[in-house]
Write a protein that binds this ligand. Structure first.
Ligand code: ATP
Ligand code: MG
Length: 401
């Protein structure tokens, strides 16, 4: 008997002609997390990835796989010779385990038979195993429509027996949907926004704006740590940082006080777009959520949007703060996000920021500043580094429960 992990992808299977590319990318992501655990002998077969567990403890492998986008379901299967007695025995072990661990009360057996030389039909096999399971257990019923668990029996060159145990992160494998530039602040929202878009197969790059020495080195370290936490899921992230202080000082000196926030937001978005287009990104991502603060009213978002032409993805736009916090806890960024360090947006914060900015007024205020020279200077001062984390430190306990 051999024990192995079977990885199934959901949408990946649906991608028609692109399926091969999607499968290759999923294999690459799986390799990225399993290799550091000394696991090299996994393989792709008929839309699935098989990971022999061998003598290992399976839980570190499962935890690592729980951080891979594009995985829908993870099962632990036994692989045995195609002999009916053995198959029944293995199915019984699996069902008893589920009854004991999860209190399962209803089940069904589902058989898939690619080896047509096997004498019985799939339905006959399911029925025979089902009857055997009922006879050798107590307190369990068959429910073919809404079973609490399905015992899968697959008959190929060998027989595989497993149940649907663990739901993966879903989404699409990394690198199947281009690149996007995340505007990463030190807050709660932007890491969640980046994670959500990355789950759709988008590779992330990130840009952070600071106001050193008004903002501290610790604030920058916090942002790097957030990028590091994201890289558990997304792979290494190229992080750009720009000191926005010269622009903020000019705005404070020359522009109406209440327009400070919106002018800074437009500048950030513009700089992010310039970095994005010079680094093969086709979209920006922000953690904006409608009405959360003055710069996130519908009018402010429109005026910010007018500064750029790339699409701006705002996956949190209709979410409540409490939902975003819940999400941040799940992906493990929350505790880092709430560390108390000044953000550049709080430097020179207007007392009463305009909440319904008018585009024509804002554009006029920008004319008071040498925007082109300022943009060039700020871009010339950009710092860049790759952020990554050793993968064997990856843990996500509650994702498994
Ligand atoms: P967050 O929790 O992400 O900081 P927030 O509620 O503080 O969000 P804002 O400060 O208005 O909201 O920022 C909205 C979005 O603008 C952020 O989610 C982020 O995408 C981007 N942003 C804000 N500040 C910065 C910054 N210093 N560097 C990079 N991006 C930023
Ligand atoms: Mg912020």
């Amino acid at each position: 008997m051999e024990k192995l992990i079977i990885i199934r992808s959901g949408e990946t299977v649906l991608k028609g002609k692109n399926r091969r590319l999607f499968e290759e990318k999923l294999m690459k992501s799986v390799r990225r997390v399993l290799k550091p655990l000394g696991c090299h002998s996994f393989y792709l077969q008929h839309n699935r990835i098989y990971v022999p567990i061998e003598q290992r403890d399976e839980s570190p492998l499962l935890k690592a796989l729980m951080k891979v986008f594009g995985i829908d379901l993870i099962s632990i299967a036994v692989k045995i010779p195609v002999v009916m007695e053995g198959i029944k025995e293995a199915a019984l072990n699996e069902l008893l385990h589920l009854q004991l661990q999860r209190g399962v009360k209803t089940f069904k057996v589902q058989t898939k038979r690619t080896d047509k030389s096997f004498p019985n039909s799939s339905q006959e096999i399911s029925r025979e195993i089902g009857a055997y399971l009922l006879k050798h257990t107590e307190g369990l019923l068959v429910d073919v429509h809404h079973p609490e668990t399905t015992i899968h029996v697959e008959i190929k060159e060998s027989a595989y027996i497993f149940s649907d145990r663990i739901r993966g992160l879903g989404g699409l494998p990394r690198e199947t949907n281009g690149n996007a530039m995340l505007l990463l602040s030190g807050g709660i929202d932007s890491p969640v926004a980046g994670w959500m878009v990355a789950r759709r197969g988008v590779a992330l790059k990130a840009v952070h704006f600071h106001s050193y020495p008004y903002t501290s080195k610790q604030a920058m370290d916090k942002v790097k740590n957030l990028a590091r936490l994201l890289s558990h899921y997304c792979g290494p992230i190229q992080l750009f940082s720009i000191n926005l202080l010269p622009f903020q000082q000019e705005v404070a000196e020359k522009c109406p006080d209440d327009e400070g926030t919106i002018l800074v937001r437009r500048m950030m978005t513009r700089l992010a777009e310039l970095l994005a287009t010079s680094h093969e990104c086709d979209a920006l991502i922000t953690g904006e959520s409608l009405g959360q603060v003055a710069s996130q009213t519908i009018q402010s978002i429109r005026v910010t949007n007018e500064a750029v032409s790339l699409p701006v993805f705002r996956p949190l736009i209709a979410m409540d703060k409490s939902e975003i916090i819940q999400f941040a806890r799940k992906i493990d960024t929350y505790e880092t996000s709430i560390l108390p360090f000044e953000d550049c947006c709080t430097v020179f914060l207007p007392k009463r920021p305009v909440t319904k900015p008018r585009l024509d007024k804002i554009v006029n205020s920008e004319k008071l500043i040498e925007m082109e020279a300022m943009t060039t200077d700020l871009l010339n001062s950009v710092e860049v580094e790759w952020v990554k984390e050793p993968l064997h430190q990856v843990v996500c306990e509650d994702a498994l429960s």
